[in-house]
Each structure stands twice: as C-alpha cells, then as structure tokens.
Design a protein around this ligand. Sequence first.
Ligand code: NAP
Length: 312
Amino acid sequence: MQDKVFDLIIIGAGPAGLAAGSYAGRARLDTLIIEKEKDGGQIVITAEIDNYPGSVENESGPSLIARMAKQAEGFGAQKLYDTVTDVDLSGDIKIITCKKGVYKCRALIIATGAHPRPIGCPGEKELIGKGVSYCATCDGAFFEDMEIFVVGGGDTAVEEAVYLTRFGRSVTIIHRRDKLRAVQGIQDRAFKNDKIKYMWDSVVDELKGDGILESMVIKNTKTGEKTEIFADPEDGTFGIFVFIGFLPESALFEGKVAMQNGYIVTNEKMETNVKGVYAAGDVRITPLRQVVTAASDGAIAAMQVYHYLENL
Ligand code: NAP
C-alpha cells in the first residue's frame, strides 16, 4: 500500500468520507479511506436518524453508517485504520503521513468532520466519563433514575434532552439565554415533556468532584450571581451532558489550505485553494451540517476528483 500512488485518499470515514468512497470506487478510482478510530464520526453517537431521506424507521447512527461503509467497500474503496499526523500538499503527489505508515495520492478529500465543543470550565476535563458526557446514546443509561442536566439550547441539546428523559428522573436544560435556539418542532416536543425543566440565563462555571461529579457552580449570565448545585446525597452524583455545538477537526491542515475560523474554505465543487485537494462535510464552511449534506458533499468531491484526474 505504501509503495503505490493512489488516485484518491479520503481522510475520515463519516458520511462525507464514505459517500465519497462509494462514488470514487464506483468511478473505478483507486481509493483509500483512512480513518483514525471507528467509522461514522458524530453520527455514531446519534440514537436515531429520522431526517436522512429514505432512512429506515428507528434506524440508529451506527446502523446507517455500517450500511454506508459496506457500500463503499462494495464499490472497491479500501479502508485503513490509522491516525494521520502530517500532510504534504505542496506537490502534484500528496503525501499523507500516519502513525503506522506513509501513503501517497494524486488527489485528497478531507472529510475529518468536527467534534463536540467543550464548556471549557474548571473540572470538566477531569470529570469526563465520571458524570460529564457528550453523548446521550453512549452514557444516558448510567443515569437511570438520577438527575440529569443538559447544557445548550440548539437542536442537539433539546433533542437529546428529550431522549434522556427515558433515563433520568428529571432533565434540566441549562441555557445561556432565555430562549431556545432549537427549531420550533423540537422545542414543542420538549415543552410537552413533564420531565424537562429549564435553567435560563445560565452557564456552568465549574464542575467539582473527587473522582465523580458531585456538584457544579452555575453562573447567571444577567446578574453574575453564582449558585452551587449538589448531587442528591442518595444518588451521590448526577449527569451533565454538553451539547453546545462543534469544532472542526482541521488542525492538521492549518497553513496548508485556506480556512476561516478553523473551517476549510471550498467552492461549490468542494475544491480548496490547493490543486487536487478537496474538503467535504462538517469540516468545511457550509450553511447546513447534516448527514444528507455531508453525503452530498462527498459525492460532489469524488466526482470532481474523477474529472480532475481525467484532465491531469
Ligand atoms: P448549535 O445550533 O450551534 O447550538 C449550540 C447551542 O449551544 C446554542 O444554544 C448556543 O447558545 C449554545 N452555546 C454555544 N456555545 C456555548 C457556550 N460556550 N456556553 C453555553 N452555551 C453555548 O449546535 P447544535 O445544536 O449541535 O446543532 C448543530 C447543527 O446541527 C445545526 O445546524 C442544527 O440545526 C443541526 N442539527 C439538526 C438536527 C435535526 O435536524 N434533527 C439535530 C441536531 C442538530 P445560543 O443559542 O445562545 O447561541
């Protein structure tokens, strides 16, 4: 694998990367998908995908992703699990350095996605997996009949708050303003749910606990007043789920392709400012970050690579 020059390397096996892999494989491009951990990106932490066109009822993120991965492989795209540590995009042949090997290609699609934005308050990092979570599907069940708090007011926060009512005896949404950002339909579902409470004009200032989350300091964004909330002594802890947006996974490409606020700039053909380098999905500047738009970006990028290689 390391001796040859691939037509195309795709970094990332989320919906954008896998759709690109399917289209590229189908166009008979010699394609390698490099994924650092497991297929799927953020979609693997989604309990139910109900807005991907034609999605099967009650289908989970991992199930949809497994079908996408199988399809890409079926069309001949190869896959490798390794972490990219450096990229050289300066020549006609792009060089992708990973922990376990170095790979070369004529064209590259960056489909590295984004990761959850942390609160950034003291105690957060230390208490991840010990009360602090970024994934309701993964960790909701740990808080069966306990108190759960959700930070954020967007679609993700409100949808996941509704999902978490299956587990918690109450779910409190902590939002920095007095109005949710989520679309009305999602808000309506939350307002109808008796288990959901709201803490408006509030941010989490500190998380505390010795090996497990025991209390948190909440700051009122209007008055500056701070309040400490303690775990119910019978529970000993509570869950805090953070859904306050995403940060692009783009550090590797800094100074190598044009970016704005960490997001890669592309045109409608998914071309970056570097010849032979494309970006698709959540890592690029785009008005909508959904599975359907990521998959669409991947398809466009792969077909543009096909035309680019034809004209080389
Ligand atoms: P988002 O729309 O960017 O919302 C982030 C939320 O976190 C906002 O309520 C924001 O408050 C709050 N926030 C941001 N930084 C904060 C901080 N430092 N401290 C406290 N709160 C903070 O992110 P998202 O909900 O993850 O959604 C991302 C994209 O995916 C959106 O385009 C969304 O529509 C889409 N999405 C769609 C669906 C669906 O269609 N079913 C489901 C999930 C996500 P403010 O409101 O004050 O800015």
